[in-house]
Design a protein. Structure first.
Length: 345
């Protein structure tokens, strides 16, 4: 957690730290604007300190709270007994008020930051990410339907026309027949590609009890198309997690297996999926030619759809790592954390 706080500080908005510091200084000015302690203004300090703790972590929040305590107590310490005597309140009560306030402010900063680091901000981000994933799936479904109703239908009709044309040109010269056959073969390929695209775009059956079956079908189709030796292990109860987490894992497995087929030159691939209380874990490992992950641009470039897979994982607060080296195969490792909030399915 300490590392997470340091990372927040290094990447967080510095302007926010400055704004919180200024707000706290303003609170001190208001608190001492009149003679004597103005207890009502002590509540003002909790808001900027809580904001710092939520956005930047508990340690930065704690630092802001300590800063607030320091600048609030300096005037009282400087004036000492003279300041306390001119206050309308009893000196002992003022000391108790300031001490209690300081303790609660520091505790609030730490606890609010701790809760945020443990899941508050992550849950919020996961909720937004889940909405994005579901929007993408809806668009995939619409695109698949459009291909089915448009391109696939026209291509199939054109293919049938070439079948008729082939019959009509049986007695034609060889050059004409060859040309017709090339057109028919091209249209046959278009029809098959359109059907494959529709299948890839169509949302799979990913209810908890169907997740293993859908992964099994994905692996079986790869083996049928390529002859690559495939193994699949699915463990745990996927009902512990949301539909968005399951679709994320499925789509990344789908993309990783497509990479195995198109780029790896592998002869075997292993898929392992596990559902536990902490989240969903997925590994897709092949024995192909491998590559140097460090040589792939951050945006993925033209390489293997890695950027898209990482984006999917990050939508739900997950992480995706690539372990590979030339000649040593490739492993795609995914972890999607359990969603602990509410509002997405």
């Amino acid at each position: 957690m300490a590392e997470g706080a340091r990372q927040r500080f290094s990447t967080g908005p510095r302007w926010l730290i400055a704004a919180v510091a200024v707000a706290l200084a303003l609170g001190v000015v208001l608190m001492y604007a009149r003679e004597g302690l103005q207890p009502g203004y002590l509540f003002f300090f909790f808001l900027p300190v809580a904001v710092a703790a939520v956005v930047l972590g508990r340690f930065i929040g704690l630092a802001m709270a300590a800063y607030a305590v320091f600048i609030a107590l300096v005037p009282a310490t400087w004036l000492g007994k003279e300041y306390l005597e001119i206050s309308p309140a009893i000196p002992g009560e003022e000391v108790l008020i300031l001490t209690t306030w300081a303790v609660f402010l520091l505790a609030t900063a730490y606890l609010v930051g701790w809760v945020s680091e443990r899941g508050g901000s992550l849950s919020f981000a996961q909720g937004l990410g889940a909405q994005a994933i579901q929007a993408v799936e809806l668009e995939r479904r619409r695109t698949g339907q459009d291909i089915h109703d448009g391109l696939a239908q026209y291509a199939a009709a054109a293919y049938l026309e070439t079948e008729v044309l082939a019959g009509l040109t049986e007695t034609a010269d060889s050059r004409t027949r060859e040309q017709v056959e090339r057109v028919r073969s091209s249209l046959d390929m278009v029809v098959k590609e359109a059907r494959a695209m529709i299948g890839n775009l169509r949302p799979p059956a990913l209810e908890p009890e169907q997740f293993a079956t859908s992964l099994s079908e994905l692996v079986a189709k790869l083996k049928e198309r390529t002859g690559i030796s495939c193994s699949l292990e699915v463990e745990g109860d996927f009902g512990l997690h949301t539909y968005s987490a399951r679709i994320c894992a499925y789509r990344i497995a789908q993309e990783a297996l497509a990479n195995v087929e198109q780029h790896s030159g592998a002869t075997s691939v292993r898929v392992w999926a596990h559902s536990g209380k902490g989240g969903i874990d997925l590994i897709v490992q092949d024995n192909g030619r491998g590559f140097d992950p460090e040589a792939v641009p951050a945006d993925g470039g033209q390489h293997f759809g890695l950027a898209g897979m990482r984006e999917r994982a990050e939508y739900l607060g997950g992480r995706l790592s690539v372990r590979s080296a030339p000649g040593e195969g490739t492993s795609i490792v995914l972890h999607v954390p359990k969603y602990r909030g509410g509002g997405y399915g």
